[in-house]
Structure formats: C-alpha cells, structure tokens
Write a protein that binds this ligand. Sequence first.
Ligand code: ADP
Length: 485
Amino acid sequence: MIIKQFLDLIERIGEFETDKMKLYLRDRCSLDEMVFITTDSRKIKKNSIFIAIKGKNVNGHDYINESFDKGAILSIIEDAGDYNGLCIKVDHVVQFINKMASYLYKQYAGFTIAITGSNGKTTTKEWIKRLLSTFINQESIFANSENMNTEIGLPLCILNDLTTQKKYSVIEMGMSKKGDIEYLVDTYKPDFPVILNIGTAHIGNTGSLDNTFREKVKLMKHHSNDEPFCLNCSDSLLRQYLKKCQKQKPILFGQINDEIEDFSGVFLENYRHYFQGQQFYTSFKLAIRCQGKNEQLENRLNGLFHKGQLLNVCAALAVVSSLGYAVDSLPDLSRVIGSIKDRFEPVFIRNHLFIKDCYNSSLESLRYALELLKKLKEDKKFKKIICVLGSIAETGPFEAEIHEKIGHFLNENRVDNVFLYTKDSGIKQIQKKYKGKVLSFSDVTALSMEIKQRIQTKQNTVFLFKASRSIQLEEVFDHVMDVIN
Ligand code: ADP
C-alpha cells in the first residue's frame, strides 16, 4: 500500500489523528510512495514501516533505531522510549495490526477460502491459488505468502498485499497452540473452511491428538449451514466429525476407498512414479464427483509427489471444482501443480537423488516420504536410501514416543543408513528402534565430507534431508550441495 493509504487506515480504525504525521512525513517522502510493512529489522529498506513486537526471545523495540537508520519512516510500538523517528504508540501492537488488517480483509478479501491442517497447508493453498488463476485473472486472487499463517504473519501479508478488491482470498491458518485458530477466525471469518488432516505436529503444545482436532475444527466456528466447507474423509478424526455435520454436506477429498455415498468430492484412486527421459513423473488417477459430474481424471505431474501431496491435489481440485470451475477440462495439470520450494524438492546430482524437505517435519509427512523412497528402491531405481534427519520439534512429552516411531518407519521402509544431525538431541532417540547403521554429526563440514565420499560409489543413492524448521537443515543441505558440486 502507499503511505497515504496506511495513514488513512490508521485514522479510519478510529484511534489516531494523522494530520501531524502527514506533515512530518511529507518533509521526508512523497505520501504516494509504496510502503513495506515488516516486523523484521533485517528486511527494512527505504520507506518501510517497522512493527515492534515483543516476542519470547526477541524484543522488537531493541531494533527500532536500527530500523530508522536503515530507512524506516515510521514504527508502531508498545513501549515509549528514546527513538529517532516517528513512532505510533499503541496498547498492544499485535492486536493493532490485526485490527488494521481485518478492516482491509472485510473490505477487499472477496470470497475467502481458509485452509488448516497439520500437514500440507502451504502446498494446498498454493495449488488452489494456481488452479483458480487458470480460470480468472491472477490479480484478483490474494493469498498469504509462504507460511505467513499466524496472528503476526497473516496481518502483515494483508497489510502489504490486500489493498485492492479481490474476487478470492486463499488463506492458510496455522496453529501451534490452543487458541490460535480461534483468534484467526474471530478476526478473519472465512467463507469456505478447508480442514486437511489432524496429525501429531505441535502435539507437545496441545497435549493430545484430540485436543489438536478440537483446535483445528475451530475453523468452523462461524460457519453457517448454507456455506461450503471441505474435509478429508480419509482422516479418522475428521471422518468422525463428519457424522456430526452430515446435513451441511461438505465437499470431501481422500482415498477412493473412503468415499462416502451421496457426498461430492475428489478421490485418489491410484498413483505411480516412473522415470522417463532423465525425468521422474508421478502419474495418478482421480475420481471427480462434483457439480453433478462423475468423471475420472488421469494426469501426470513432473517430479516426485508423495501420497500426502497427492491428497492435497485432491483437496485443491475439490475446492476449486465446487466453486464451479471445470477442473476436469484442464488438459495438463503439471502446468499448474508443481513442487513447492523446500518441500520434498528433488535435486539430481549425477546418478544420485537428493530430496530437500527441510521446511517441516512430522511423523505423518516423514512416513509418506519414506514410503515413496521404499517404492523407488523396490523398483530398482536406487540401490540405497540414506536419511539425513534432524529432530521433530514441539513434541513435548511425546518426544521419545514419536522419535521411536520414526525408528520403526525407517526399518519398515528399508532405509539403509541414517545420518543424524544433532543440533537438537531429540532425533537421537530413533536409535532405540532403528536397526540400520547410524552416524551422528553435530558439524556440517564432517557431514558434507561423509556424503561426498558416499556419492563416489557406483550405487545410486537417495538422500532424504528432513527435520523441523527450527533445525535449519536447509542450511546443511545447501552446504552439502556446495561441497559436492
Ligand atoms: P504446512 O504448511 O502444513 O507446514 P507444507 O505444505 O509446508 O505444510 O509441507 C510441509 C511438509 O509436509 C513437507 O515435508 C511436505 O512434503 C509434507 N506434506 C505436505 N502435504 C502433506 C500431507 N497431506 N500429509 C503429510 N505430509 C504432507
């Protein structure tokens, strides 16, 4: 948005007179210039607005002056202090940015689709957005960027990008603890809730899978019977929930065996991976039962997609087709649906396959990844599977149980070796169950050298790099790439 728009917004939500601010800013810049709104002082550039947030580990107020030095023109703050630029002091910064953003949301968002779930939110959001933009102008769709899905990330995206009228907004809503989804839906009521799955992600914060379920279904809090919604009928907790809302007739997605009679939806019948002309493909067959249609869709995607991702494809197609768009008429889905950066991203180096999957980890996503690798090994595409693993975070009292289960999955899926990246010690617990050979590394250089040595052999190997975001395994991956390339 432009500076003037930002000041008008502050005035409209009724808390500040902006005449003096305008005079002050006019001496320094044009009020028609674009502003960039951020909580991260490292990203500050000319004409930025710095939002000072008091976090658990970092207090944004410590970076206000640095932001002004780098070109910020204004800062929103909670604590008064000796700052060398224009500051707007409010009682609660996070509430204030949400108040501003909800004003824009009500005005411009159009019809809103909100996605939550333990796994696959960013991927599904991105694919819904891409599918919609094959039918309507891309400019008329808003989506929060990357995984900016919290009470801080979402308002920042809205303030920066939702400043003109949209036809659709596709919004990912994240949850790491009790109350997160409720806060978001109270502030940004969705028209079309989509719940992907209930898994063990953040279980250390919620205390149980049932509690996670209760939090996720808060997405439906303001939902009325005549509005659409979408659920995964292959997820056991969501399937039970479905019994309670039979009358509302959600649109479903899931595996074909879990299809429920008389319900619309998109269902995965089968899929396979194959290699042709130096490239992997994932081909699949879906049943589309939407808008009175009953069709089969066969298609193929470029690259490797695991079953969880293919269920996301079903979710995205279910949502878009239930909005009345003929998704079955799209001749080539691979033009729309591709891999998302850092999420199960394959990189080929000579005859070896490296999979960069460092954006997130959970028991469920690791299981899908390993099942795919096992198939590749069974099909004799690769001789060896080596997993480079870091911990799954926020598992709390379930840490041992979850990491031991990973040990089982590694055995079941015939993983040859595991390289542990032990920045956090949780991952070491896989050793209680995993029967293969484990090497531990706390040092990136030693790990890179080990991999360099392994790829000298003639045995085609798949290396899966996977850990929770907080482990920053992507930096390790990038380092390994530098060393072996
Ligand atoms: P989220 O936004 O919910 O964290 P992402 O789309 O960013 O999910 O994907 C994060 C990780 O989850 C990746 O490893 C990805 O391969 C995996 N994943 C994506 N969709 C699913 C799914 N439906 N079930 C299990 N894992 C999934």
